[in-house]
Structure formats: C-alpha cells, structure tokens
Design a protein around this ligand. Structure first.
Ligand code: PLP
Length: 401
C-alpha cells in the first residue's frame, strides 16, 4: 500500500511498509548489481526484436523453434479466438474447460504415451500443483540442487523436508535417499541456466530401488530433443510412463504459453480434485489451447525445425571453439557464456547490446554466486549472419575484464 501526499506541492511517497521490506532490499540489489529491470518490447518477429526504437537480434528468447511469431501459429490462435472467444471465463471445474483443452490433453497423452494430462496456465503453477499435491507435510523431497525456482518454491511451501542432491549426480541422490528415506525425486530434463541434461536412466534406477516417485520437468527438452521433439526422455531412449509426473511447458519450444502435468489417470484425478492452482484459477484461454495443439502437431511433424536448430547450435559452437570465453557444454539452445561476476556479465550484455544483440545477463540469485553469465539462446529462427554477428561481438566481449 502506498499513499501519495502532496506536501508543499511536492509528491511524497508515504509507504506504510517497513523499509526493511521495500527500500533496503532494493538498495542492496542496486549495490550488488543484481537489480532487475524490465525491457519493454515494441515489436517482434522471428529473431528480431525492437526496444526503444532500435532493432536487435534476440538471443534471449526461449522460443527455440521460432514458432511464437510464425504465421501458422498466429493463424491458429486467431481461429481459436474466433470460435471460442478470447478467454475461458471460469476455472476448469466450473465452465472453463472446453473441447479445445480436452483435445490438447488427449494429444499430449498420445504424443508421450501417458494415461492422462492436465493443462495449467503456466509452468510455475503446474510445478506448484505437481509438487504440493503429492508430498505430505513432514514428507521428504530430494531435488537436484539446480532445479528451477518454481520447483524449489513448491518444495519449500509443501512443508516437506527438502534435501538437495548435487547437480546431476546419482551418487549424491543415492546418499540422500539412504540418509533421509524415500520421497519425491525432482529433476529437469534440460537445466534452464546450464543447458546440461539429467542422467534420467540412473535416476529411474534409484527410484525403483528406493521406491521413490519421480517428477520430471522437461520444459527445455520438449520440442527440441528426441523423436518428434518428445524431449529428454525420448532422447535418452526411455519411456515417459516410467516417470510418475511429467511436466512440460508451452511457452518455450511450442511458442505459446501454459503447461501440462502428465501421469497415471488416478494421479491426474488427484490434481483435478486437490490442486488449488487448478481448482481456483481461471483456465487457460481456449484459443491458447487450440494454438498450442497446432504448434505441437506442427513441431512434431517438421523435423526440419530441429535440424535447423541443431545446425545453428553446431555452427555457433564451432565458431566459438578457439574463444577464451568459457561456454558451458550444451547441445541445446541454451548456450551459457560464463562471466563470473555480475558486473562483468552486465558489461558483456551491454557491449552485445551496442553491437545490436539482445542477450540477458543472468545473475545471482537466479544462479549461484560467482557464476553470473550471459544465457544465450540459439534458435531455429537465427540466420548465419545473426550467428556471425553474435560471434564477433563475443570475441570483443571476451576481452572485457
Ligand atoms: C525448468 C522450468 N520449469 C518451469 C518453468 C516455468 O514455466 P512458465 O514460464 O510456463 O511459468 C520454467 C521457466 O520459465 C523453467 O525453466
């Protein structure tokens, strides 16, 4: 709550909040170089984005296949809106659930070979629901140390005891299971800030041995990896049905927004009944469900999209092979260029911006202290010229101290 009062003509903020909640944390972030600010985009198409009247090549989008502004998806969204209207108008348990949502859920089940799937308005909400519904208070969660903030947040709110195993380390997970007993194992297929992949086979073996359910969030693997873009599970030669909960998002490779949780029929029925994020929230707009179905069908049938993406990633990595910059190993779009300090990451990001490239500086607390980075996202929409421009700008950025 903020009141604006005029004292002798000057507007003065009269916040009733304790300054320890407002001005002090903001000031601390400013001092540490980690203050967040939003970038307002005035137009975008493919890999191009306009900010403050200047056009940039966008290397900071999760639109991995370049579908978000593709004519096919935009037409599908329009078609959905013409038939269903702009919004769902209610929660799914009231009158918000349409045939468009049902059709998308059915497609996901067939695509992944899962019994049932449920749509959410965001991956954040899907992860809240998937974690909190299935872990009792005082229960146990074993989460990869780098699991996404939405998973970590849900784990903390669940009231369960949260144990974090070393990133992508089955030995550390085994130790956690031995010490603290079975409980929900949480991992991602592709990690959002590092672009590396989870050893899913080893995790499933431990899950069987300790009889512990597994939640896999494959937000960054779906659409990009595996047969038809079925994601990390398919890329590692496994079956989705081996996992107890599979979460996927639509706002990345599929170019729309929202998410799903897939699992056994009874598991999904539990979410329908008990997940407050589902029951007490307006359902995803049906035109979004309609466009997402079009996106999934299109992306799964057009291997050329993934082929183009793979070629772009290979070209970029080869071009940067001799660079003094540390680029973490990754075969997906996420190509993290390590900066170390937040200040260096910001300096690199602003140099790239001067050269016409938009690429975000990712700083603590999103990543651990001392590992600030430029999180580049190479997509299928980039051209060779875009990648060449990026590589030359990075050559310069590498000389920044
Ligand atoms: C691994 C992972 N899971 C979930 C989410 C949240 O998804 P959404 O953006 O749809 O809320 C993200 C990031 O956005 C993510 O990187």
């Amino acid at each position: 709550m903020r009141i604006r009062r005029s004292i002798r003509g000057a507007s003065v903020s009269m916040s009733r909040f304790d300054p320890r909640l407002i001005s002090e944390p903001l000031e601390q972030r400013r001092r540490e170089g980690t203050l967040r600010q939003r970038t307002i985009i005035s137009s975008r198409r493919g890999s191009r984005i306009t900010v403050d009247g200047r056009e940039y090549v966008n290397f900071s989008s999760n639109d991995y296949l370049g579908l978000a502004t593709s004519p096919i998806l935009m037409a599908a969204w329009r078609e959905g809106a013409e038939f269903w209207g702009a919004g769902s108008g209610a929660s799914p348990l009231v009158t918000g659930m349409t045939a468009a949502h049902e059709e998308l859920e059915q497609f996901i089940c067939g695509f992944l070979g899962m019994e049932a799937a449920l749509l959410f308005s965001s991956g954040f909400a899907a992860n809240q629901a998937a974690v909190k519904t299935f872990v009792p208070r005082g229960g146990v969660i074993h989460a990869d140390r780098l699991a996404h903030a939405s998973l970590a947040e849900a784990a903390m709110l669940s009231g369960a005891r949260l144990f974090r195993f070393r990133h992508n380390d089955p030995v550390s997970l085994r130790r956690s299971l031995e010490l603290h007993g079975p409980g929900l194992i949480i991992t991602e297929g592709v990690f959002s800030m590092d672009g590396d992949e989870s050893p899913l086979g080893a995790i499933l073996s431990l899950a069987d041995e300790f009889h512990a359910p597994v939640l896999l969030d494959d937000a960054h693997g779906f659409g990009v990896l595996g047969d038809g873009g079925r994601g990390s599970v398919s890329a590692q030669g496994l079956a989705h049905s081996s996992f107890d909960l599979v979460v996927g998002t639509f706002g990345k490779a599929f170019g729309t927004g929202g998410a799903f949780v897939a699992g056994e029929r009874a598991v999904i029925s539990c979410l329908v009944n008990f997940a407050r994020e589902y029951v007490y929230s307006t359902h995803m707009p049906p035109c979004c469900a309609h466009a997402t179905l079009a996106a999934m069908k299109y992306a799964s049938r057009n291997e050329s999209l993934r082929e183009r993406l793979r070629e772009n990633i290979a070209f970029f990595r080869e071009r940067m092979a001799g660079s003094p910059l540390e680029i973490l190993p990754s075969r997906v779009s996420i190509q993290p260029v390590m900066a170390g300090s937040s200040a260096r990451a910001l300096a690199m990001s602003s140099l790239l911006r001067e050269r016409g490239i938009l690429a975000g500086a990712i700083r603590p607390p999103t990543v651990p202290q001392g590992t600030a980075r430029i999180r580049l996202s190479v997509t299928a929409a980039h051209t060779r010229e875009d990648l060449e421009l990026l590589a030359s700008a990075l050559d310069e950025a590498g000389r920044l101290s």
